[in-house]
Design a binder for this molecule. Structure first.
Ligand code: ZN
Ligand code: ZN
Length: 169
């Protein structure tokens, strides 16, 4: 396989992973099936210790390992998809765990540009503590903070949150 084909597969895999992560986050993790693991990530003091939510990362790591194994048996396609899944994992760790949640040994809050946008968008995801009415489910793709605020306003989620009636038992 040519290097360009390999790069193309990696880039397409990263894009597909973002779509997958968005969908899994929105409809599985915030749905009845997946909330059990994801809830730990929306609890107040979730930032440093290991969380049950990290099991989702383990699932994707296992998928990458299986793809690498298939690749090692001779499938170039599986190998480069595995590289793409791994790249996504690194980007996800950097943006989500590191930048937004400070799960690394230092604190850095971006002041401008794309990183600021990603930071704010995911902060808005955590503005609502319950399972429902959250906004911004992507990790690389980040809507503007104004758009997310308007979305939260429309759903009334922040008001319910303030009144302590966010529906959580
Ligand atoms: Zn979430
Ligand atoms: Zn988060």
């Amino acid at each position: 396989m040519s290097i360009w084909a390999a790069i193309l597969i990696v880039v397409l895999t990263v894009a597909t992973m973002e779509l997958t992560a968005y969908s899994v986050h929105r409809w599985i993790m915030h749905g009845p099936i997946g909330w059990g693991w994801h809830k730990s990530h929306h609890d107040e003091d979730h930032d440093h210790a290991l969380e049950k939510n990290d099991l989702y990362g383990v699932v994707f790591a296992v998928i990458a390992i299986v793809l690498f194994a298939v690749g090692a048996l001779g499938s170039d396609l599986a190998w480069w998809i595995a590289v793409g899944v791994t790249c996504y994992g690194v980007i996800y760790y950097f943006l989500h765990d590191g930048l937004v949640h400070g799960r690394w040994p230092f604190r850095y809050v971006p002041k401008r540009g794309y990183l600021r946008r990603v930071y704010q968008a995911h902060r808005m995801h955590h503005a609502v503590h319950g399972r429902d009415d959250c906004v911004s489910f992507g990790f690389i793709w980040a809507p503007s903070v104004d758009r997310l605020k308007a979305q939260l306003k429309r759903s009334g989620a922040l008001l319910r949150e303030r009144d302590g009636t966010d529906g959580e038992a």
